[in-house]
Write a protein that binds this ligand. Structure first.
Ligand SMILES: *[C@@H]1O[C@H](CO)[C@@H](O)[C@H](O)[C@H]1NC(C)=O
Length: 305
């Protein structure tokens, strides 16, 4: 498929999925009435957010918020959350590794207490990767153990590809290498179908509205939708250089958005990588099975040489 054909195809899918979701939303509104979109006013933050060491870092263009455990003198372990989350996704890892590392869990730009510049042009992969690069440098480190989940892992993959010298070790949780993802989505119908929200999220307003239904209790991300089959061209996939830093991929096999095949495929792009599957854990593997995930990370970091 040509570049234009691909763009039209993506636009087509966006429209199809938007129409489907809009229909579902209208149906739910008729069924449940105005309470569908009512949200409770919350004026005090939940108790579990108290007592964390919350800090800010001024980068060249944005100010990012992060939470730290461990001493400033220790090696850096940097954690990058996914969508639609924030630093708190790493609470179990922040506690687990605080004696050995300076653990820093950032809020990426656009999330929670970090700056949220207006306009999609401020959220390119390059800018997100650059934020992380600047964080490592601004905290005074030459390299870090970089841990990423979901879209945060995509940032971590790209950081390891573009700036391997900054990444001591790479830990990826339930997120495929970018090239592996394009290969799997174009050859595996299940993965293609499960990726519907990537197209849907290009629409304005409706995705946010879906997230607030029933006072945020049912993230409609888990909607299960089908569409006609189709493929992206693999011909014009970006050719990315191999991932040089030693890499651990941890994969919850119960992920409904990403098939486990993505993990094994990702290894092909790593010079030195391994996969640990966590049976039955969902996409949010580090919160579902913190003990198992922490053990895998620890064992991986202890292998030296
Ligand atoms: C950050 O997240 C916490 C927990 O969900 C929430 O209480 C707070 O309002 C959020 N702040 C912003 C500015 O998004």
């Amino acid at each position: 498929m040509s570049g234009l054909g691909e763009k039209l195809f993506v636009r087509f899918l966006q429209i199809v999925y938007t129409l489907i979701v809009a229909t579902v939303m209208i149906f739910l509104r008729l069924k449940h009435g105005p309470k569908l979109l009512e949200t409770k006013k919350r004026t005090t933050p939940p108790k579990c957010l108290e007592g964390w060491n919350s800090r800010y870092l001024k980068l060249k263009n944005v100010r990012l918020h992060y939470v730290q455990t461990g001493e400033d003198s220790k090696p850096l372990m940097l954690m990058i959350h996914g969508f639609p989350e924030f630093w708190y996704s790493w609470r179990f890892q922040l506690r687990e590794f605080q004696d050995d590392y300076r653990c820093v869990a950032i809020d990426q730009r656009g999330y929670n207490l970090s700056d949220k510049p207006m306009g999609v042009e401020f959220y390119t992969a390059e800018l997100l990767v650059n934020d992380v690069k600047e964080v490592i440098e601004a905290l005074g480190y030459e390299k870090a153990v970089v841990v990423g989940h979901d879209w945060g892992a995509l940032v971590a993959w790209k950081l390891a590809i573009s700036y391997p010298e900054l990444v001591d070790r790479l830990v990826i949780l339930n997120a495929p290498h970018p090239t592996a993802f394009m290969k799997v989505i174009s050859t595996n119908f299940k993965q293609f179908r499960n990726s519907w929200y990537l197209f849907f999220f290009q629409t304005r307003i409706l995705p946010e509205m879906c997230c607030t239904t029933f006072d945020y209790k049912k993230l409609m991300l888990s909607l299960f939708l089908c569409t006609t089959t189709g493929t992206f061209s693999t011909a014009n996939l970006q050719r990315l250089p191999p991932v040089k830093p030693r890499t651990l991929i941890i994969w919850g096999t119960g992920d409904t958005a990403l098939v486990p095949e993505c993990a094994k495929n990702s290894l092909k792009y790593c010079e030195d990588g391994e996969v640990k599957y966590v049976e039955g854990a969902s996409h949010w593997v580090q919160q579902d099975e913190p003990k198992i995930v922490n053990r895998h990370i620890r064992e991986f970091l202890e292998q030296r040489g």
